[in-house]
Design a protein around this ligand. Structure first.
Ligand SMILES: Nc1ncnc2c1ncn2[C@@H]1O[C@H](COP(=O)(O)OP(=O)(O)OP(=O)(O)O)[C@@H](O)[C@H]1O
Length: 332
């Protein structure tokens, strides 16, 4: 191994550490046979300390990208580094420092949850107390002593999450972590992601559950048909698309002369009874809208502001609408 490993604790200078790439791909391409281009010339940088959302519809290439990062599959061309290590040459070093919750995982039906954890601790040469990990993921100790064949999907997912946390990894890769989880479990995943980042770790969070990514991630990448179509903060994506916000005003009476449409940043005005809906593409216009309607002579009885959802952004970038199932899975 010719590269120096990086760990969460080896840098006293957080600003320098923040500039380092936890994941970097360069021209990464993966074909399956002649027909399937799963990942297409992907150039992506995820910085240490980020919670990074990797978003895309089914079949976009998210799991394939993760498979290449972990050397489960070989790229057709291009390269990738993880924590400064080459994804194909330094696989052992990467596996030692990365905790992964894969999209599909193989657990042994007849082994208990605790045995799975003990095995994972041994494999990583870590010294975690399984009880602490079980508590962190909300798995009851009595459940931990049962064979995983009898686990519900949610319990299995919690165990897989505990396994990913073994050895306090520098990088946590979560592939569809909320799959099978109830709202409490979904919240737990968010808390674990935040907690991991607060301790200086990096989280790479792949999901098609949009609101979850929106709630927890510093930046997101949107992948569509193997290609990167956007990388930015949620706010940055909103600004770039100009999907903006909707200000809804309840007023005592609609002024005879409504001049809201003349304001800078206002893109649309609709009146319904004594409710006025104003679309704005500039955050500063929200307050100006309220001031202007008062100047026009109306008393404002109520105001609500709806920001465009990540779902709108996702649709705008990919042309795909997330599935009903995905929307329901959000569940909160
Ligand atoms: N082993 C394989 N052999 C052939 N094609 C594959 C293989 N694995 C993935 N693919 C194809 O590659 C493309 C990308 O799949 P991938 O699983 O990476 O997408 P994804 O974004 O993770 O989707 P999902 O959200 O459904 O898991 C899809 O068209 C998929 O059918």
């Amino acid at each position: 191994m010719d590269q120096v490993p990086r760990t969460k604790t080896d840098s006293g200078d957080s600003s320098a550490r923040d500039e380092q790439a936890a994941i970097e791909t360069s021209g990464l391409t993966k074909r399956y046979g002649d027909d399937v281009l799963a990942v297409d010339d992907l150039n992506l940088t995820v910085y240490e300390g980020e919670i990074f959302g990797f978003l895309g519809p089914n079949g976009a290439g998210k799991s394939t990208t993760i498979d290449v990062l972990m050397d489960y599959v070989r790229p057709t061309s291009g390269s990738a580094t993880v924590l400064g290590f080459d994804a194909q040459a330094d696989t052992r070093a990467i596996h030692q420092r990365v905790g992964i919750l894969p999209d599909g995982y193989g657990l042994y039906d007849r082994l208990t949850g605790r045995k799975h954890l003990e095995y994972a601790v041994d494999l990583k040469g870590a010294d975690d107390d399984p009880a602490t990990l079980l508590e962190r993921v909300g798995l009851d100790p009595s459940a931990a002593d049962r064979a995983v064949g009898g686990y519900s999907k949610g319990m299995t997912q919690r165990l897989a999450l505990a396994i990913a946390l073994v050895g306090d990894p520098d990088l946590l890769i979560l592939d569809e972590p909320s799959s099978g989880l109830d709202p409490n479990g979904v919240r737990l995943v968010r808390e674990i992601a935040r907690d991991h980042a607060d301790r200086g770790g990096t989280v790479f969070f792949s999901s098609h559950i949009l609101s979850q990514v929106e709630a927890v991630c510093d930046r997101v990448a949107i992948l569509n048909r193997g290609r990167l179509v956007a990388v930015d903060s949620i706010g940055g994506l909103r600004d770039a698309l100009g999907t903006g916000s909707t200000v809804t005003l309840a007023v005592d009476a609609i002024p005879d002369e409504l001049t809201l449409g003349e304001l800078a940043g206002v893109t649309d005005v609709a009146v319904d009874g004594r409710t006025i809906r104003v679309n704005v593409d500039d955050p500063a216009a929200k307050v100006a809208v309220i001031d202007r309607i008062r100047e026009d002579g109306a008393a404002v009885l109520d105001v609500s502001i709806a920001e465009s959802s990540l779902e709108d952004l996702f649709t705008a970038y990919t042309g795909d609408t997330p599935s009903e199932a995905a929307a329901q899975e959000v569940g909160e």
